[in-house]
Design a protein around this ligand. Structure first.
Ligand code: ATP
Ligand code: MG
Length: 572
């Protein structure tokens, strides 16, 4: 699947469109050059390598769309690989959720599903090979000492006292490490590279540590585990990846990955780094997202306010909108922050094309149309989607008593308030003109009901005498309404940059206390009683909504995915 239309691509920074030839991003440029020079025999093989220690977020979606999208564009292949080298943090639940999310985005990795843990035997053999070549040694320093010996950016490191160990001794110790003879953390296997390298990653990095932990796939077979940096490049190599695309923070690790592949004499993929996606009002790291879940700031990984793919899906995002967003942000080498409005707009545009329009009253106010016959029900024709004629129309029942939005009435309204006030006339969508004749209030002065009259001549929304009304409001028949809970969301963080904190407060202090508003007494047109999960609806004038998975028979629950942005929205 190639998500880019054939002859225009939006520029990430300016939003300008340019013709395709000139708008190749820098990674596409590299790939096209490689294809021309036959560098990889004309192959393009990419992968997405998540660590199964959390749910995927919108940043991962960018990486997936990029890696898999490029392979599709250049008739290549892509793998899904779980980088499961840290048994302490990884779980099957995460593996399952990652697969579901990638599938939902619309990608099919077929049988190319791999796990770094499948390579543990090979990685071990390669470690032995490096020891035999005098390129790795067993070190007795503990974690803290290793850090101390490593030096700093300005000072060279110090050699480990064990750096000169003989090959025989190293082989013996490494085997005994694997056999479980030594306690956790007491020894490591390190690459013997250069303790004075200006790149700290090359100062004899740790390849293996002792960790007597149960692994979600290999069980208790291993008590030594490869470090990510030792496993990652060789996993790419084993899978014969051509373009190993990752985020900028791995730029400094590239020389190490190259060193391993070259020292072992194995296929050495080309690593290409791009900048991570960051969004305003959002934290993106899995560690923080896990904290939000564990500390109960959200209801779970799939809370609709979370930037996780499962949260976005539950919120009402479509895969098309997410992919389009990823395409628009493009790839660059510079770290930046993308305005979350861009994500929301991608959804609005997608749902504008596809969503069925329906009427739903979020904060109901009852209206009695006094001159409308009691007991009469008219089935009025309503258009499903003005953007899509093929969507057809449906019938909505109209009766003497209806609900309208509370906000559509105002005492002593200003002239420009084109809705209801005593003496004013509005159009009821798909129905009639009504005029407000009386307002009923309770003792506290709260408006509890309106009395109106309708003009039977205005059926369908036009007056035969040519008289105009400026406002059109939505409504739902009291007798036919389906009741629902509706959840309105705002940004999870109150500040654009959640790290912008006062004093020694942390990012949590920027959580938005009003990120969720639950309305428990909403009135929906009856067709919504049949709403389906995963389908977006436009509630006229109030936004795009979808059924939430919390719904039960007899209890509808909807999420607002995003508000409307057009002039209808301003009326609200
Ligand atoms: P996080 O930092 O959010 O915890 P991670 O990098 O630890 O994420 P991984 O599971 O290792 O998570 O990521 C899998 C792939 O997704 C990596 O190639 C990584 O570069 C990429 N990735 C992670 N976060 C982003 C992001 N914000 N934008 C683009 N790509 C990302
Ligand atoms: Mg990572």
């Amino acid at each position: 699947m190639n998500t880019a239309p054939p002859n225009r691509v939006d520029d990430a920074q300016t939003g300008e469109s340019r013709d395709e030839k000139r708008s190749l991003n820098f990674i596409e440029q590299i790939i096209e050059d490689d294809l021309k020079s036959r560098k990889w025999d004309g192959r393009v093989h990419t992968r997405f390598p998540p660590e199964p220690n959390g749910y995927l977020h919108i940043g991962h979606a960018k990486s997936i769309c990029l890696n898999f999208g490029l392979a599709e564009k250049y008739n290549g292949t892509y793998n899904l690989r779980f980088d499961d080298t840290n048994p302490a943090k990884e779980e099957q639940e995460y593996v399952d959720s990652i697969k579901a999310d990638v599938r939902w985005l619309g990608f099919d990795w077929e049988d190319r599903e791999f796990f770094a843990s499948d390579y543990f035997d090979q990685l071990y053999d390669w470690a032995v090979q490096l020891i035999e070549a005098g390129k790795a040694y067993v070190c007795d320093l503990d974690g803290e000492q290793i850090r101390e010996y490593r030096g700093t950016l300005t000072e060279p490191g110090k050699d480990s006292p064990n750096r000169g160990r003989s090959v025989e001794e190293n082989l013996d110790l490494f085997k005994r490490m694997r056999d479980g003879e030594f306690p956790d953390g007491s020894r490591t296997l390190r690459a013997k590279i250069d303790m004075s390298s200006s790149n700290l990653n090359l100062r004899d990095p740790v390849m293996y540590r002792i960790l007597k932990a149960h692994h979600h796939r290999t069980g208790d077979k291993w008590c030594i585990y490869p470090m990510y940096d030792y496993a990652h490049g060789q996993s790419d190599s084993l899978e014969r990846i051509t373009h190993s695309i990752c985020t900028l923070e791995f730029e400094n690790h590239r020389p190490l990955y190259d060193w391993f592949c070259q020292s072992l004499g194995i296929h050495n993929p080309q690593q290409i780094e791009f900048s991570r996606l960051n969004l305003t009002y959002t934290v993106m790291s899995k560690r923080r997202l896990l904290e939000l879940v564990k500390e109960g700031h959200v209801s779970g990984w799939n809370d609709p306010r979370m930037p996780t793919i499962s949260g976005l899906r539950r919120r009402g995002y479509t895969p098309e909108a997410v992919r389009e967003f990823c395409r628009r942000v493009g790839v660059t080498k510079f770290d930046g922050v993308t305005d979350i409005v861009q994500l929301e707009n991608a959804l609005r545009e997608d749902l504008n094309e596809r969503a069925t329009r329906v009427m739903a009253v979020l904060r109901p106010l009852k209206v009695v149309i006094e001159n409308y016959p009691e007991g009469q029900v008219e089935e009025l024709e309503a258009i499903n989607n003005p953007q899509d004629e093929s969507a057809g129309s449906r019938k909505v029942p109209f009766t003497r008593e209806i609900y309208i939005e509370r906000d559509d009435y105002m005492d002593d309204a200003p002239k420009k308030f084109f809705r209801l006030s005593v003496g004013r006339e509005v159009r009821l969508r798909y129905a009639y003109f009504i005029t407000c004749t009386e307002v009923i209030k309770d003792e506290a002065g709260e408006v509890v009901e309106l009395r109106c009259t309708y003009d039977p001549e205005t059926k369908g929304g036009n007056a035969p005498d040519g008289r105009k009304v400026k406002g059109t409001i939505h409504w739902v028949s009291v007798e036919h309404a389906a009741s629902a809970e509706v959840r309105l969301y705002d940004h999870l963080f109150a500040k654009e940059d959640p790290d912008d904190v006062e004093g020694d407060a942390d990012w949590r202090s920027n959580l938005n206390p009003n990120s969720l508003e639950t309305l428990t007494d909403c009135k929906l047109e009856p067709s919504l009683a049949e709403a389906e999960l995963g389908v977006g609806y436009q509630f006229e004038r109030t936004g795009y909504f979808c059924l939430d998975k919390d719904f039960r028979p007899g209890k509808l629950v909807f999420n607002r995915a995003v508000s409307l942005r057009d002039t209808w929205a301003k009326v609200k």
